[in-house]
Design a protein around this ligand. Structure first.
Ligand SMILES: [Zn+2]
Length: 397
């Protein structure tokens, strides 16, 4: 991240509770215009950015509305700090300080247009206890009483109840289709379909916030997915995939993995297949996947080995109770996408896309919903049984 301004604000404390998720996915809409997708309190807002000055810009009023901040004329109120913009000038006045943006805000009719950079870089750098930004996603973090405050202190009020953050990672995306079934079904579409159904199911829960590592058909580097989860201060991480077997098309069924050294040839084969997605990535990602980094990060997930195993067992149990497909059990292998997640993390292969019958099921929305609901139940059951333990871990980190 480029920092073209002075920033003296320290990192957030450990007690922040994530209550809203804002996703800024700068993608190209149907009309060819870049858009900002904002999800806050479960409501999705799409801001259209214009690029008439050579950089993406959005209206102050629309942006303030999406972020939940008050605005007035050419100023926006950011956590009781007044941030003033001057059309045509890259300098931003913040109280008595002056910060510099790479591009100047400008007027367009009645609207004041702000460089998107202000939202994606200035906010996280200057209000880090409130905003985190990673990989085209701006995540709102609310400074709130700690997760255990309500149980130890005064009676819980509606605004102070315990909340959980579940990070859902739909596998593959963009140029990486994942595995492809005999009828052309793409793993990336199945994964995203189930992830969206799971997100919807969990949001109905009322005490679970959901972060999707991707909500569109876009490629996220393997190493960036755990990073997104960690920045979101997630409590649970689930990566969703569909399995494939090149030679044995009759193989079917679902299996759930946690991160550890592979115990069987088949588990190693699946991990190798999923890790091969790295070939679609460029630059930094390939470098980050060197063996030493892998092992060092592995230690982070090792701390959650038992929790991940327990959750994987619940996932297999609930899937087994809801699907007719063979239960292939809990397995372990070295998946890059689980490395470094600072929370219990599992990777679920919901079925074999190379099996013609299972492919037909996996491509149907009804089946995707069935799988998603079972996954949702595993998460609710996990939080009910082991939630207190997670709370403790959340305080410590
Ligand atoms: Zn996959």
């Amino acid at each position: 991240m480029r920092r073209t301004w002075r920033s003296s604000v320290p990192g957030r404390g450990a007690s922040g509770v994530l209550t809203a998720v804002v996703t800024f996915a700068v993608s190209v809409g149907a009309a060819g215009a870049p858009t900002l997708v904002v999800i806050r309190d479960g409501v999705e807002r799409v801001l259209t950015a214009e690029s008439v000055r050579g950089f993406p810009a959005v209206g102050l009023r629309e942006l303030a509305g999406a972020l939940g901040y008050a605005w007035n004329g050419e100023a926006i109120e950011v956590d009781s700090r007044r941030v003033e913009f001057v059309p045509g000038s890259p300098f931003v006045h913040v109280g008595r300080e002056v910060h510099q943006l790479a591009s100047p805000p400008y007027r367009s009719g009645d609207a004041l247009m702000l460089p998107v950079q202000w939202a994606t870089e200035w906010l996280p750098a200057n209000v880090p206890h409130r905003w985190r930004y990673a990989d085209a996603r701006l995540i709102a973090v609310e400074s709130a009483p700690s997760r255990t405050a309500s149980s130890a202190g005064p009676p819980a009020t509606p605004g102070r109840r315990s909340r959980w953050v579940v990070v859902i990672d739909p596998g593959h995306g963009g140029v990486d289709p994942g595995s492809i079934g005999p009828r052309g079904t793409r793993e990336k579409d199945v994964a995203l379909g189930i992830a969206r159904e799971l997100a919807a199911a969990l949001r109905n829960n009322g005490s679970i916030d959901v972060v999707l590592t991707r909500n569109t058909d876009t490629l996220i580097a393997l190493a960036d997915r755990p990073r997104i989860a960690n920045l979101a201060n997630g409590d649970l991480f689930i990566s969703i995939h569909a399995n494939a077997h090149k030679h044995r098309r009759s193989v079917s069924g679902f299996e759930t993995y946690f991160l550890a050294v592979a115990q069987t040839e088949d588990a190693a084969r699946v991990a190798q297949m999923e890790n091969a997605a790295a070939r679609y990535e460029t630059g930094k990602s390939a470098k980050e996947l060197d063996p030493i980094t892998f092992m060092l990060r592995d230690l982070v997930q090792n701390a959650y080995l038992i929790e991940s195993l327990r959750w994987a067992e619940l996932v297999q149990g609930t899937l087994g109770g809801n699907l007719d497909a063979p239960n292939r059990g809990v397995k372990q292998a070295g998946f890059y996408v689980l490395v470094g997640t600072n929370m219990p993390a599992v990777l679920v292969e919901v079925g074999y896309i190379t099996n013609a019958q299972e492919e037909m099921l996996l491509r149907s929305q009804a089946y995707q919903r069935r799988v998603a609901r079972a996954l949702g139940h595993s998460i609710e059951r996990y939080l009910a049984i082991y939630g207190d333990r997670l709370r403790y871990a959340g305080e410590a980190r």
